[in-house]
Design a protein around this ligand. Structure first.
Ligand SMILES: Cc1cc2nc3c(=O)[nH]c(=O)nc-3n(C[C@H](O)[C@H](O)[C@H](O)COP(=O)(O)OP(=O)(O)OC[C@H]3O[C@@H](n4cnc5c(N)ncnc54)[C@H](O)[C@@H]3O)c2cc1C
Length: 457
């Protein structure tokens, strides 16, 4: 894209310089939100509902961020596989309830593991985990030793430890495999060395309290994004195609946000961009070094997403399907919600997490993609011949943080930045509860409360 003269002028300005409003005009709002993914939309909807005037600026042409959706030839494409942990007990349901709206969840079938040549059930509840046929007869004591602390201890006592440490020095292979599968499914961290025991324990304990481990909202992420958008627009505005280039503080407060579309001022500013990119919007001198490093160095989860639009059904399965070599997961979304594909056709969405560092090695990623495709061909013979078209994405950011011990909840950036009293931070890389979409939404719930108190609303 060609850079306009204004873009060049903005890029060459030091962050501290305040553009004369005559150049591009200023817009005032009570609360300015930068970024229109789950976090920005949720915070905006909650604040708008409480009567606060909200303006949300979104860089791309439509809101949704990493949960955006699009229609293609009658198929409803999400930005890769998207389910909601804990269904009606989960984060999206909670924010809808606060907004006085309802989100209907469709029943997901049983979660199943591809065990080499057939699918077998993958246990969800603690009792079924300990009795799972995936464990051998002599594994029960080791499984209890691994899973009971995770089920019973407060997560804060386990955040700094890895799941590998919990398993001990000589783990029994089947116990290790089961834990890796459940950690992969629950917190997208199948590598036990990298998975924080506290993050997994928080997931497991909530799963034990919830009737359902996951659900799919009728209409998918579209239902969530559109519901939040409507609630926000009742007392606020979303401006798409508006990328904020700089946020400019003065005397400990954010004074304005500058974009090529204008200068924006507000009493409070919410950053809802991925936390890794927030420091680039500020001058280095305006942000405490510790916060800046924590944010910039936060490693996200990464991986490969593959969707196929199939001319005819290849499977009747309605639940999450998981493989363990390599770890990957997916679902036939249109078996759960028939509106995701035209009648007689089928939509499959598959995802394989990969280490962030590997994403720079194009050859290695392509090899992993081929392994994933080989598995799909084995599980669903003839699938590729039925593909009318497909979308493959090599993604450097899936969830905002890899839930490792070093990035567990107490070690992620909080919702405030010391020294900037009217700046609030939301997004799935912050110290909110949960991972992925849950962290994004819970961070927004937290931040909207903080902003209301700050404004005295
Ligand atoms: C393939 C895939 C599968 C996933 N599956 C699941 C799942 O099953 N369950 C789950 O809970 N989560 C899942 N996630 C994670 C989930 O999508 C994210 O956690 C969530 O969408 C993050 O929301 P967010 O608002 O924090 O960030 P984002 O969605 O990244 O939103 C940030 C927004 O800010 C905008 N922006 C950035 N910079 C600027 C700027 N300078 N000015 C203005 N706007 C800006 C961006 O365009 C974007 O819209 C998945 C993600 C992917 C990619």
């Amino acid at each position: 894209m060609r850079e306009s003269g204004l873009d060049r002028r903005l890029a060459s300005l030091p962050a501290k310089v305040v553009l004369p409003s005559l150049i591009i005009g200023t817009v005032d709002a009570e609360v300015l939100i930068i970024g229109g993914g789950y976090a920005g939309l949720s915070a905006g909807a909650l604040l708008a509902r409480s009567g606060i005037d909200v303006l949300l600026l979104e860089a791309s042409s439509r809101p949704g961020g990493r949960a955006a959706w699009e229609e293609r030839e009658g198929f409803l494409l999400e930005h890769g596989l998207h389910d909601n942990r804990f269904a009606e007990r989960g984060a999206a349901a909670a924010v809808f309830r606060k907004l006085g709206m309802e989100l209907e969840f469709l029943e997901l079938g049983e979660t199943e593991l591809w065990d080499g040549d057939s699918f077998v059930p993958l246990p969800a509840a603690l009792t079924s985990i300990l009795r799972s046929p995936l464990l051998g007869p002599r594994d029960s004591a080791a499984a209890a030793r691994a899973f009971l602390p995770l089920a019973l201890l407060p997560p804060r006592r386990l955040y700094h430890r890895s799941l590998e440490e919990i398993l001990g020095k000589r783990p029994r292979p089947r116990v290790k495999r089961l834990l890796s599968l459940l950690s992969g499914l629950g917190i997208i961290a199948p590598d036990l060395h990298e998975a924080s025991a506290g993050e997994f324990a928080a997931f497991l304990q909530k799963a034990m309290r919830s009737p359902r481990r996951a659900g799919y909202p009728r209409g998918g992420t579209r239902a969530i994004i559109e519901g939040l958008r409507r609630a926000l627009e009742e007392n606020g505005e979303i401006r798409t195609g508006t990328r904020v280039e700089r946020i400019v503080p003065r005397k400990g407060r954010i004074e304005e946000a500058v974009s090529s579309q204008g200068i924006f001022r507000a009493s409070a500013v919410i950053s809802a961009v991925p936390v890794q990119t927030l420091p680039s919007l500020l001058d280095r001198r305006d942000i405490p070094t510790l916060f800046r490093r924590m944010a910039e160095e936060m490693l996200p989860t990464a991986g490969i997403s593959l969707e196929m639009a199939l001319s005819a059904p290849v499977s009747e399965r309605r639940g999450l399907l998981v493989t363990d070599d390599p770890f990957s997961m997916g679902q036939f979304t249109s078996n759960i919600d028939p509106s995701a594909a035209p009648p007689g056709k089928q939509l499959i969405s598959w995802f394989q997490p990969l280490p962030f560092a590997l994403m720079d090695d194009g050859e290695a990623v392509r090899r992993e993609e081929e392994r994933m495709r080989a598995l799909l061909r084995k599980m669903f013979p003839g699938i590729e011949e039925k593909a009318e078209w497909e979308r493959i994405m090599h993604l450097r950011m899936v969830d905002g943080f890899l839930p490792s011990p070093g990035q567990s909840r107490p070690r992620r950036p909080g919702h405030r930045v010391e020294g900037l009293e009217n700046l609030f931070i939301a997004g799935d890389g912050t110290a909110a509860m949960g991972t992925g979409g849950d962290a994004a939404i819970y961070s927004a719930m937290e931040v909207s409360g903080l902003v209301r108190s700050y404004l005295g609303a």
